[in-house]
Design a protein around this ligand. Structure first.
Ligand SMILES: Nc1nc2c(ncn2[C@@H]2O[C@H](COP(=O)(O)OP(=O)(O)OP(=O)(O)O)[C@@H](O)[C@H]2O)c(=O)[nH]1
Ligand SMILES: [Mg+2]
Length: 329
C-alpha cells in the first residue's frame, strides 16, 4: 500500500539532512511522527521512526550526562503547580522578590552579582503553591548555558527589571537577545511558528523598585517598547505593593486549572486540588487519579456546591478552574 505522505512531511524530512545536533534531530523526528498519516501503508515507517527516536533520545541523554559531569546546580526538582524562573540584569531585585513572595531566604545585597547560585522558594497562591527560582543575573559578557537550559525546562519566567535604572531598555534588550542567542524566545503569547530547535518560555515583566521617585516616566517608556510583547506589572519588593496582582499573573502564566474531586456521597476534597494543564478533559483527570478509571469512565457530575446540584458532563468535557468533579464509572 502506498504511504501517500503529505507535502509538509516531505519538507520536514528534508530538514533532517541539515540537522546538526541531536536535539534538532529528535525534534524533527517527533514532528515527522506527528505528521505521519496512520494507516496500514505507514505502519513500517512509523515503527522505524519510533526506533530512531528512541535511539537518538538515548544518545542525547548520554551526552547530557557527559557534559554536565553529573552535576548541574540548575537541575532543581519541580514542586507545586509549576516552576517559574526569576531572570534579569544585576541588582534589579530578583532575590528581594523571591524573599517577598516565598519562604526562602536568598542573599540580598546593594551591589550587583550577589546571587551566584539558583535558589528556590515556594509561593502560596490561594490553595496551591508555585515554585519560584531566583537566578544569577544575565549580562552581555556571560550567560551560563546550564542556566539557559533550566529556563527552557521551566514553566515560565519573570523578567525582573529595575525601573529606576538609566539602562532599563538596554538591559531588557540584553536579556532577550542573550536568550535568543541560545534559541530561547521570551514572550507572553506563544509564537505562531517556532523553528526546530527553538524553545518558547512564557514570560512577563516585573517593573520593580516603583517606590523610587520618577520611575513613572521610565515605566511609560518601557511600556511603549515592550507592552506588545509582554504584560508589564509595576511592583515594589521593598514596599510590597502590587503583590496580589503579581501572584495572580504568575498563576495565569502557568495555564493550569485546579479541580476538586468529590467522592460519591461525600463532601469534595478542597484541601488538595488536582492541577492540570488548561484544556484538559474529564478523561485526563480520571487517568491522573487512576489508570484503570479512564477506561471505565462514563462521564462526570459537575457539582455546584452552593446549590448542592450537579449537571452531567461527558468524558471530553473541558475542565475549568475550580470545577468540583465526581467521576461516574
Ligand atoms: N528601593 C527599592 N530597592 C529595592 C527593591 N527591591 C530590591 N531593592 C534593593 O536593590 C538591591 C539589589 O537587590 P537584590 O534583590 O539583591 O537584587 P538581585 O537582582 O538579586 O541582584 P543580583 O543577584 O546581584 O543579580 C538591594 O539593595 C535591595 O534592597 C525595591 O522594590 N525598591
Ligand atoms: Mg540576587
Amino acid at each position: 500500500m502506498p504511504a501517500n505522505l503529505p507535502p509538509e512531511y516531505k519538507r520536514t524530512e528534508e530538514k533532517l539532512k541539515e540537522a546538526k545536533t541531536l536535539e534538532e534531530k529528535i525534534e524533527i523526528i517527533e514532528k515527522l511522527i506527528s505528521l505521519l498519516p496512520r494507516h496500514k501503508g505507514t505502519d513500517k515507517l512509523f515503527a522505524d521512526l519510533k526506533r530512531r527516536l528512541s535511539k537518538l533520545r538515548n544518545m542525547a541523554e548520554q551526552e547530557r550526562k557527559k557534559k554536565t559531569k553529573g552535576y548541574d546546580p540548575y537541575l532543581i526538582e519541580k514542586a507545586g503547580a509549576g516552576q517559574v524562573m526569576l531572570i534579569g540584569p544585576p541588582n534589579s531585585g530578583k532575590s528581594s522578590l523571591l524573599a517577598t513572595l516565598t519562604n526562602a531566604n536568598p542573599h540580598i545585597a546593594d551591589f550587583p552579582f550577589s546571587t551566584v547560585n539558583p535558589c528556590p522558594g515556594m509561593m502560596n497562591f490561594e490553595d496551591i503553591q508555585i515554585q519560584l527560582i531566583d537566578l544569577p543575573p544575565i549580562i552581555e559578557s556571560h550567560v551560563d548555558p546550564l542556566m539557559v537550559n533550566a529556563i527552557k525546562r521551566s514553566d515560565g519566567a519573570l523578567i525582573v527589571v529595575d525601573s529606576s535604572s538609566d539602562e532599563l531598555l538596554d538591559q531588557m534588550d540584553t536579556i532577550i537577545r542573550k536568550l535568543e542567542e541560545r534559541k530561547t524566545i521570551l514572550s507572553w503569547e506563544k509564537p505562531e511558528e517556532l523553528e526546530i530547535g527553538w524553545e518558547w518560555v512564557r514570560s512577563f515583566v516585573v517593573a520593580n523598585k516603583m517606590d523610587i521617585e520618577n520611575t513613572n516616566e521610565r515605566l511609560e517608556i518601557l511600556e511603549e517598547f515592550y507592552s506588545a510583547k509582554f504584560p508589564i506589572l509595576p511592583f515594589s519588593a521593598l514596599k510590597k505593593s502590587g503583590i496580589e496582582k503579581l501572584k495572580q499573573k504568575i498563576f495565569e502564566m502557568l495555564s493550569v486549572v485546579r479541580v476538586y474531586s468529590k467522592p460519591p456521597g461525600k463532601p469534595p476534597d478542597f484541601d488538595k486540588p488536582f492541577i492540570l494543564k488548561k484544556g484538559s478533559t474529564v478523561r485526563e483527570l480520571a487517568a491522573e487519579i487512576h489508570k484503570d478509571f479512564s477506561e471505565k469512565l462514563r462521564g462526570a457530575k459537575l457539582w455546584n456546591i452552593e446549590t448542592k446540584t450537579f449537571i452531567m458532563v461527558d468524558r471530553e468535557y473541558e475542565l475549568q478552574d475550580k470545577d468540583v468533579i465526581e467521576l461516574v464509572i
